[in-house]
Design a protein around this ligand. Structure first.
Ligand SMILES: Nc1nc2c(c(=O)[nH]1)N[C@H]1C(S)=C(S)[C@@H](COP(=O)(O)OP(=O)(O)OC[C@H]3O[C@@H](n4cnc5c(=O)[nH]c(N)nc54)[C@H](O)[C@@H]3O)O[C@H]1N2
Ligand SMILES: Nc1nc2c(c(=O)[nH]1)N[C@H]1C(S)=C(S)[C@@H](COP(=O)(O)OP(=O)(O)OC[C@H]3O[C@@H](n4cnc5c(=O)[nH]c(N)nc54)[C@H](O)[C@@H]3O)O[C@H]1N2
Ligand SMILES: [Mo]
Length: 733
């Protein structure tokens, strides 16, 4: 179906979709999977766990959204047919779109591909062959030429095991998808508060009277958060949305579990600010300037609980309004109105996602936001604080348990004690640096625990080239994506079929974006095959490579044993060691601040100066935001159209009417879009409500267009401000 009219978020369409999916995979089976005691597998809001599926951290039921159903139903698909691999050469597989790859079904046995062999096709191999090949390759590889990647869908147990194995093997080349996601938030928050995650818990939202939501589209990506925002408006609070696109679901949302809201919709934004992409630093400095001008700064909070406030306020005072307005693309009046609403509120939560992090100024954005929060005394009290809206369901946990390049000293020392062996202290490659090292011929083996490392990269031509320089790539995956075919190794590519967390025989844990650790019971797969638990595969590998030393890897096949190690090694996680006895889920210690005493040596927060991003941008280019539709989960595409934005298919570019007029282009016209890394032809123009000067296209397809312009502090690529040029297409549609 196609529609060109944006519709409000949520509502009956979400319910109709539920019914459709239930029919496809069996209503009873789907219901059982949805209500089992497992954490939801999509976003990091943290549904499910011991209180049962579809229950939030405060015990509220039913909490369900379309994409959690989508993901569940997709994992319940049948197996990829046996003759699929016999029929298709690599060249055939390279033509699959993300949706076609996803729709192939579940991976059920190990596969191997070596260029040119077996008619250039993937071969079905046994687990024994796969593991032996992998272990031998690792034994022959050198640790500094080996890299480990993890997405955020895996369990804490699997991630902890894999990073432990990597360190003991001798490398810090350990990274996760966060480097392409919220790393800028982690770095900015750590610089300011000494911790790198949300400073609030879920309950705080109910105690706030203003949420400032920047660069996030929770109507699509975190629908359960919309219930909280709708409730906040209903109790008389405010929501300020800062986003270059007028996302319809952030104006009005139909909460499916509330009758009144389902029928008539709930208002969300009370003020909608549309900056230029990358204009947030200037906007936030403007807010600070206005607060100073109107004497609305909490001076005693700054003096008692922060460092460096004098320099930050002096910069804002000295900033020039004309420059702030030009750089942000927002009028002074709008900025001052926003500042006034923040100043009038009692308890403000500042929430953000990729619209702030996916820029070369990603960390600066987070610092500028933290400055506004501190200047108004809105951190370290009930109902107020910082909320990075995390992506994958367990991306925060994967990072917490150490799936990051260099470990904190304390964690490394604890692990050294536990394993009785010194661990590497080198910097290790982050995600982009791994690909760059691969391109330079410096990586022999890459191990990917889930995800689609290839498709997540900017400049996909470069990513393909980089991955082809690696000798062996091993993927542990549930389903196919184009990364398995484009991210092919020079010598051997192995795909190992694994169980999703909620199909594993043993319980696992996950951490939500509110620092809440869930216990998931596991369950059974819906499809027959040779899939194994991720932890089992890692223990098997470790055993083959290292034998029984320095730990008994066979003992660690028991998840309760892994949890004991996590409890000892990871600060704030002692409770995870008791989880098997008590079943009591918990909030990680030392992260939530309800008093202004932060995790720094003297308890004070540190403000940072935030220079405005350089206005050097090709004057004839548009700023391209690459984003998600409601019908995809990252590189996994479930539906081709974007219902909420009224965009009929994925080969579209969203443009403002005045840009289209200036370029002499019409709605529906097919054009060529050129970026710094490549071009896409036959792209349909959709005219919509986006701030003039910006354009939007879908990730991952648009990754062929953009070059990696990295944030120097977090190494996050600027996925949301690459220059693009549009030209009339020569080929007729
Ligand atoms: N349905 C669904 N849910 C998901 C995902 C998914 O793919 N699909 N992915 C998961 C993951 S891993 C993540 S990280 C999150 C992502 O969640 P989001 O960050 O919400 O997703 P995006 O679509 O990348 O973009 C967010 C918004 O930022 C705005 N934006 C872009 N540039 C700027 C800017 O310069 N300034 C401001 N203020 N706004 C800007 C865009 O217009 C868009 O509305 O969602 C998670 N949940
Ligand atoms: N241009 C542009 N690029 C971006 C972004 C953007 O907004 N714009 N967003 C970035 C962001 S925020 C992120 S997080 C990354 C996404 O980075 P990734 O996390 O690497 O990618 P995903 O698409 O989520 O990975 C999907 C694959 O994970 C596997 N999988 C799913 N479930 C499981 C499981 O339970 N276990 C295992 N082992 N495998 C599983 C399946 O094979 C599936 O195809 O992309 C980044 N890239
Ligand atoms: Mo993400």
């Amino acid at each position: 179906m196609t529609t060109r009219k944006p519709v409000a978020g949520g509502g009956f369409r979400a319910i109709a979709y539920t019914v459709k999916k239930a029919r496809e995979v069996g209503p009873w089976r789907l219901w059982r999977r949805m209500t089992a005691q497992n954490a939801c597998k999509t976003c990091a809001l943290g549904m499910g766990g011991q209180s049962g599926g579809m229950v939030n951290e405060k015990g509220h039921f039913p909490e369900v959204c379309k994409k959690s159903l989508q993901a569940q139903a997709a994992d319940m698909q049948g197996a990829i047919p046996v003759d699929f691999w016999r029929k298709n050469t690599l060249a055939d597989l390279l033509t699959l779109t993300p949706k076609q790859a996803e729709d192939c079904g579940r991976l059920v046995y190990p596969l191997m591909y070596r260029p040119g062999e077996h008619g250039d096709k993937f071969q079905h191999i046994s687990w024994e062959q796969a593991m032996e090949h992998w272990a031998n390759a690792l034994k022959g590889s050198s640790p500094d030429r080996t890299a480990f990647y993890s997405s955020g869908r895996s369990s804490n147990e699997a991630a902890f095991l894999l990073q432990s194995f990597a360190r003991l093997y001798g490398t810090n080349n350990v990274m996760n998808c966060s480097y392409y996601c919220h790393q800028a938030s982690g770095v900015g928050l750590k610089m300011t508060f000494g911790t790198s995650t949300a400073t609030i818990e879920l309950d705080d939202i109910a105690k706030s009277d203003l949420v400032v939501l920047l660069g996030a589209n929770p109507a699509s990506n975190h629908p359960r958060l919309m219930t909280q925002l709708a409730d906040l408006r209903r109790r008389g609070g405010n929501v300020i949305v800062v986003n270059p696109i007028r996302e319809r679901g952030l104006e009005k949302f139909h909460v499916p579990s509330q009758v009144q809201s389902l029928l008539f919709g709930s208002d969300i934004a009370s003020q909608y600010v549309q900056p230029m992409a990358g204009g947030d630093v200037a906007l936030l400095v403007g807010v600070l300037k206005s607060l100073i001008d109107h004497d609305r700064i909490d001076a005693s909070f700054l003096a008692n609980h922060t460092h460096e406030w004098e320099a930050v306020l002096a910069d804002a005072r000295a900033a020039d309004w004309d420059e702030l307005v030009a750089n942000s693309g927002v009028t002074r009046e709008q900025i001052e109105r926003m500042a006034g609403v923040i100043a009038d509120a009692n308890a403000v939560i500042f929430a953000w996602a990729m619209g702030l992090t996916h820029h070369a100024s990603g960390v600066t954005n987070v610092l500028a936001l933290s400055n506004v929060a501190l200047a108004t005394g809105n951190v370290g009290k009930l109902g107020a604080g910082m909320l990075p809206i995390r992506g994958h369901s367990n991306v925060q946990g994967v990072g917490s348990v150490g799936m990051t390049p260099m470990l904190q000293d304390a964690v490394r020392q604890s692990l050294e004690k536990l394993y009785g062996k010194p661990l590497p202290t080198t910097a290790g490659y982050d995600t982009h640096a791994t690909l760059a090292a691969a391109e330079a011929g410096n990586i022999d083996m890459l191990i990917a625990l889930g995800g689609n490392l290839w498709g997540s990269n900017p400049d996909l031509t470069w990513a393909t080239r980089a991955m082809s320089q690696i000798k062996t790539v091993v993927y542990l995956s549930t389903k196919l994506n184009p990364g398995h075919f484009h991210g092919i190794a020079g010598e051997t590519t192995i795909i190992l079929p694994v169980l999703a967390r909620d199909e594993e025989a043993q319980a696992t844990t996950q951490e939500s974006m509110f620092n809440f650790v869930r216990l998931s019971d596991g369950g059974q797969p819906n499809v027959r095959g040779q899939m194994r638990a991720e932890s089992e595969v890692i223990c098997d590998l470790a055993n083959r490579v290292m034998g029984n030393a320095p730990v008994d890897w066979n003992r660690l096949r028991d998840h309760a044993e892994i949890r004991k190690l996590i409890a000892e090694a990871i600060p704030g996680w002692t409770e995870v060691g008791k989880l098997d006895q008590t079943g009591r889920e918990f909030t990680v210690g030392g992260r939530v601040f309800h008093t202004p005493h932060f995790a720094t040596s003297d308890g004070k927060a540190t403000m940072s100066r935030t220079p405005l991003p350089s206005p050097n941008f090709p004057p004839d280019a548009l700023r391209l935001l690459t984003l998600r539709s409601e019908g995809q989960f990252n590189t996994v595409v479930y539906e081709e159209h974007d219902l909420y934005r009224g965009i009929p298919h994925r080969h579209c570019i969203l443009l403002a009417a005045e840009d289209a007029l200036r370029l002499n282009m019409q709605d529906g016209e097919r054009v060529k879009v050129r970026g710094e890394a490549g071009e896409m032809d036959n792209i349909e123009i959709v005219i919509g409500n986006i701030r003039a000067g910006n354009a939007a296209m879908y990730f991952p397809e648009a990754n062929v267009l953009i070059k990696a312009n990295l944030d120097p502090l977090s190494k996050t690529p600027a996925f949301k401000s690459g220059p693009v040029w549009i030209a009339k297409t020569e080929t007729a549609p």
